[in-house]
Write a protein that binds this ligand. Structure first.
Ligand SMILES: [Zn+2]
Length: 288
């Protein structure tokens, strides 16, 4: 009886062991299966991702490239040359000689007293240039030679018999009427005007203050009116300064000069508001 019990017990124990090992083997198989699945899925996902990115990239690229190269080419090529060609002839303003019987080039041969500027604020020395000659081609002496406006403008001063200029005309040429050669060659500030003054005329000027004058228009004849003038000549001054200035009454060096005349003269000559320069620098810009 005890032998039978023992055998039953052994069989039962063997069955327990087998069940346990079976369970363990089942669990092991399951976990190994799960781990294999999870490892295998990663490359599959990556492959599909890379596959989708390859599909996405090439689509927008060819759309951008043709539009970038096609648009900028036509606008740069067509409009640039046309405005440059149109604007240049409009700026080609002619400079006239102030003396009717002399070209701009010939002026350099008849300078009798050159520009000799004083220190700033000083009225001494020579703030312009004098033209004078003997034995010219058409006349023996400069007296009576026609004086012309070098550029178009308006009359900024018109004086009769006042010292020191005598009979005198001053013209203002506005910035937008100046030849490009003068603006670039003499470093004119935008908006500044060129003032040009013709002194010692034979007769009182016939142009009035504010009147419009064309380039080449006659202003009078060379004479010897004014302060301490012994020999007939043209005294010519050039200055740059603020636009639309008018010099109504302007005089100095005589006893009856009014305060207004003295102040206006000082404003033009020594205030520093109007920068004088050698008129021959202006003419040299137009000598070939
Ligand atoms: Zn002079």
């Amino acid at each position: 009886m005890s032998l039978i019990k023992f055998l039953i017990h052994v069989i039962l124990e063997a069955m327990k062991f087998w069940t346990c090992s079976l369970l363990v083997s089942v669990i092991l198989t399951l976990t190994s299966c799960l781990s294999v699945v999870s490892v295998d899925e990663v490359p599959t996902l990556e492959l599909t991702r890379t596959a989708t990115t390859f599909v996405n990239f090439p689509t927008p690229a060819p759309l951008l490239l043709p539009t970038l190269t096609a648009t900028p080419l036509p606008p740069t090529s067509t409009p640039v040359p046309s405005p440059t060609l149109v604007s240049l002839p409009k700026k080609a303003i002619q400079l006239h000689s102030p003396l009717a019987e002399h070209s701009i080039e010939q002026l350099f041969d008849i300078v009798s007293s050159p520009y000799d500027p004083p220190p700033p604020g000083d009225d001494a020395r020579h703030q312009g240039v004098d033209f004078c000659y003997y034995h010219g081609e058409e006349r023996d002496f400069i007296e009576g030679e026609i004086i012309n406006a070098i550029l178009s403008g308006k009359v900024a001063s018109s004086q009769a018999g006042k010292f020191p200029y005598g009979n005198m005309v001053m013209l203002e040429t506005a910035y937008n009427e100046l030849p490009e050669e003068i603006i670039l060659g003499l470093d004119i500030q935008p908006g500044e005007s060129l003032y040009h003054l013709y002194a010692h005329l034979q007769e009182a000027p016939k142009v009035a203050l504010g009147e419009r004058v064309e380039g080449g228009q006659t202003l009078g004849q060379v004479g010897k009116t004014g302060y301490n003038i012994v020999v007939s000549h043209l005294h010519f001054e050039t200055r740059f300064g603020p636009p639309s200035t008018v010099f109504k009454n302007m005089a100095r060096y005589y006893a009856d000069a009014t305060q207004e005349e003295l102040d206006t003269y000082e404003f033009w000559r020594t205030s520093g508001t109007f920068r004088h320069f050698d008129p021959m620098d202006l003419f040299s810009l137009f000598v070939p």
